[in-house]
Design a protein around this ligand. Structure first.
Ligand code: CP
Ligand code: NVA
Length: 304
């Protein structure tokens, strides 16, 4: 039976640690100019039901660098648009390609596809999670600071898919997440890890950021939450990551953001464009960590 990468919680600490270290290793090999083509003759299909810049380019460039070929599919151009089911789409596509990445709204659609797929399926973002993003973010922390175990992340702002993936990673890898989200935007408890000892709630963003290693946030207007978006803009002003919020964190704390970002809303320009920001490294590391994820799904654990 093949393995999918649908959610962080489906993986053990050992597996996540292997993939993270492998991402760092593959990045070093790539930067040294080494040619490594384990995916020669293999095909990745990418299905997008939502817009993307980073996810598309990082998967496509990464698979190509490892010797494979990619097919970009926008669901608006597919029979999905005419209500062909995810299951039938999976039955067809997975007979022709080796691995599939899907970005969609409802997580159930991803699971429907995976339930009928003959090949590994990767979550490229759903309304409930964004596991590749968090793997890239943790890789970025490890690359510049070392192990994340025992560290603390402050999430300031909208509770969303990216936060849920942070929380699930925290419960497996042993770090903490302080959450300061505006009142009235409750967390979707079905997405929280079973063991909630890794998370703590704070009303005041300054308290959530006190002494932490990473400060992170995300857009106030996530895709897939459209009915709430106007209300969100009105309520969020206090939850902007400003230099003052950063000054509450550790001196060498990193600022992270999955991007796209909106300067003057969830983060001030001084912070995202400032010296503590690692947002471009996070974006770049999406490509390297996804190579490691795809390699693990297609080839298993490797020594070399
Ligand atoms: N962070 C991220 O997934 O970006 P895109 O929406 O551009 O893919
Ligand atoms: N929370 C954002 C992340 C975009 C990468 C969204 O779901 O739109």
């Amino acid at each position: 039976m093949h393995k999918n990468f649908l959610a962080i919680k489906d993986f053990s600490a050992e597996e996540l640690d292997y993939i993270l270290k492998r991402g760092l290793y593959l990045k070093r090999r790539f930067e040294s100019g080494e040619i490594y083509r384990p995916f020669k003759g293999r095909v990745l299909a990418m299905i997008f039901e939502k817009a993307s810049t980073r996810t598309r380019v990082s998967f496509e460039a990464g698979f190509d660098q490892l010797g494979g070929t990619c097919i970009y599919l926008n669901s608006a151009d597919m029979q999905l648009r005419n209500a062909e089911s995810m299951q039938d789409t999976a039955r067809v596509i997975s007979r022709m390609v080796d691995i599939v990445m899907i970005r969609t709204a409802m997580h159930e659609r991803l699971e429907e596809f995976a339930s009928c797929s003959l090949v590994p399926v990767i979550n490229g973002l759903t309304n409930e999670s964004h596991p590749c993003q968090i793997m890239g973010d943790i890789m970025t922390y490890m690359e510049q600071r070392g192990p994340i175990t025992g560290k603390t992340v402050a999430w300031i702002g909208a509770a969303n898919n990216v936060l849920y993936s942070w929380l699930n990673a925290a419960s497996i890898l042993g770090f903490k997440v302080n959450i300061s989200a505006p009142i009235g935007f409750k967390l979707n408890t079905s997405q929280l890890p079973k063991d909630r000892s890794c998370l703590e709630f704070f009303q005041d963003p300054m308290e959530a950021a006190a002494g932490v290693d990473i400060v992170t946030t995300d857009t106030w207007k996530s895709t897939g939450y459209d009915e709430d978006n106007e209300k969100r803009l009105g309520n969020f002003a206090r939850w902007q990551v400003t230099p003052e919020v950063m000054s509450a964190a550790k001196k060498d704390a990193m600022f992270m953001h999955c991007l796209p970002a909106y300067r003057g809303q969830e983060v001030s320009a001084e912070v995202i464009d400032g010296p503590q920001s690692v947002v471009w490294d996070e974006a770049e590391n999406r490509m390297h960590i996804q190579k490691a994820i795809m390699e693990y799904l297609l080839l298993g654990k490797l020594d070399e």
